[in-house]
Design a protein around this ligand. Sequence first.
Ligand code: PEP
Ligand code: MG
Length: 891
Amino acid sequence: MTVSRVSSFQNGGKEHIELLGGKGAHLAEMTKAGLPVPPGFTITTDVCRHYYNNSRQLPSGLRDEIELALAELEKEQNRVFGGTDCPLLVSVRSGSVTSMPGMMDTILNLGLNDATVEGLAQQTNNRRFAYDCYRRLIQMYGSVVYDIEAIHFERVLQEEKQLQQCKDDQQLTEQSLVTLVHKFKRLIEQRTNKSFPQNVREQLQGAIEAVFLSWSSPRAKVYRKVHLIPDDQGTAVNVQAMVFGNRGSNSGTGVLFTRNPSTGEKVLFGEFLMNAQGEDVVGGTRTPIPIAALQDALPEVYAELSSCAAQLEKHYRDIQDIEFTIEDEKLYFLQTRSAKRNARAALKVAVDLVNEGMITKDEALMRIDVQHLNHLLHRSLQATADHVVIATGLPASPGAACGQAVFDADTAEEWKRAGKDVILVRLETTPEDIHGVIAAEGILTLRGGMTSHAAVVARGMGKPCVCGCEVLKIDEEQQQLIANDIVIREGDWLTLDGGSGQVIPGQLELKEADIFPELLLMLEWADQIRSLKVMANADSPLDARKAREFGAEGIGLCRTEHMFLSPMRVPIVQQMILAEKEIDRQVALNRLLPMQRYDFEEMFREMDGFPVTIRLLDPPLHEFLPNVEELTTRLALMRTSESDIHAERAELERMIRRVRELQETNPMLGQRGCRLGIMFPEIYEMQIEAIFQAALRCLCDGVTVQPQVMIPLVGHVNELHLLRKLVDQVAEQVLGHERRNCPYKVGTMIEVPRAALTAGEIARSADFFSFGTNDLTQMTFGYSRDDAEGKFLTHYVENKLLPHNPFQVLDTEGVGKLIEMAVIQGRSRNPLLTTSICGEHGGDVESIMFCQRVGLDYISCSPYRLPVARIAAAQAHIRMQWEMTLQEQAV
Ligand code: PEP
Ligand code: MG
């Protein structure tokens, strides 16, 4: 069934939500279900779109259609719109498709003028009531249609209350309300040079247009941006016969939730006010009463309300947020919608509804909002915390953190040792800052994107991180941070919200992560349902343990360069990189080998029975090279000092020269990944040796090991051929006859577009592909992953040149196409090939959906993102199944 652009509540239902908006669709649905709903009609979102697409003109013919609908309403109510005897009054309310509570406008009591108000007074035998309605109409009309700030009306109201010495609005006398009507009318005239319209049809047209216009009010626009609601969705307008909660002590109005939206508990929850209209409950002028008290005040109404609430919950199979009005002890429903609830309540309600047989496990899983889940799994800002945001950067690693600002890694470590919580603020982080990163509660950087060093490392550690916050200025000499004229000095408190990217001065109250039985149960259900495997990006035995705790089915990426990120190991790596002769490099490698072997061994043990994918060294060299300016300063100091030791000076000079030799103009496109392994095979040889020695030790202890050696940054099959041979040779040497018990695999990352384009060739030498979507995105777009976000990418996203930040949400149309192609080509040449993703997109919900669609075998992400990934993988599986069923039904 289709609905016309002016549609009575007798027609349509929840399936027409796109056109009728939430409120209109559910009013129609409730009418159909036989609930007491005041009659009315909805003007569809199509009309709203027409209004905006045609220089804010309503479509021709609409007026006649509204007239017809009004005539029906008049007949049904036995009243006349604009009639003086028995006037019909209506409310005019917005109704967007996606709920936007409080963001748009409402006008009540429309249809009153100087004549009809007297008619209402006579009909109800209550002149005070009639004038109360009239003053409310003029007040709302003035604010909504004429854009007069509400405070001006409030001021006049307060003056009258003071004059009459009354506390509450209901204490105002009939005479006071008549006075207020005059004063409000004058206020409108003074501020707009227009009169409050006495023609009720003019009132209606003004109200309808005002509701459409409120779709583009600044607050509605901001809300849509935050909640990703498309601008062209538009709002519907609902015109509904008025019922009056302000008609006396047996009338009232309220809001009811079918369950507690904060805890999920199955009890009616809400509040009401007697002798009041809707805006009194939400406006805060009077304190509403808990809903349970209605049982004493009007027991029969309460019983009816409870039973209808249960009926609505059952009908919608979800917790409902209901608006009701009682007019002279008669109950009416004005709205029902799925209740907004907090993360904890959402999970409890979903699990309870499954247990009550109302929904299936699949539906329960599909109802989880994974952004909500992030709040539960990490520390967050207390909802009540009032705060000033001085800057917003990239939400690089979720969770909130609070600490004293420090501007270098050494101080961070020192202060942490002294028992202080610190936030490390840096222009950007490098491996040399790692001890500071470890010590800090959270990290804030001015440069770097979602896949920059700070972001990747912080995510791996589950630490809140805001990066690429280029609006901030750091004065490193003065050790201070400046934003919006606010100066944060060393030691000043700073709070970060890594989920939203907000930087907040001061020490805010934080809420701890909240892992409770319903969440664990949901994760269990997700594991039963999903088909994508979920592995972890883990670089240490500790990470591996965490990964298992969070449900990883193996390690999908161990970035071996991260294993060197400790103050003890970084200098040895630098020694290895800066060595000029193989023999010198071998000295450093000999020191690194036992360290690597130990780590691998412990990781294999943690992952007993599960695959461990170890990526051979891929250090962007610039991240590991010592800082040349620091070396030069040290040299200068040495030259001026008395104790000028010749050998030390010579070594420093050599290091500076070597760093300069190794420096590259485009390090991310330079001597990285397998290129380094090919130029310096002894490095990879050491790593392979360490892997298989570790495997051998584990085998001796009965641990089941499944090493997967991964070659990074392959662009040409010959690179893989060469290095695969090296892996096999070293494995043979180390494992000897134990090779049979150690079924290892050799595979490659696909992160260079050429590798994706020639995947068929490459698959012949690879047991697995893992898509490194950080680099693949960098190289497909040609956007530097370290710089783009801070320079232009955020602007692109804000101005809708791109739908998302492609380093955060996979670009399915471009990068995705390469992946899809590589999977098809790869599998056609090697049917046993396994495929996965290990870039940061592996923890992103939308990207996981894409992975499911192209049939990857598993995703890999940092341990702290695993719960979200497990749920997202289940959601992706369910969505695909639903889509397939729909397709089958269509055929
Ligand atoms: C990638 O490029 O997606 C990847 C996982 O490797 P890295 O982030 O270490 O470059
Ligand atoms: Mg990479």
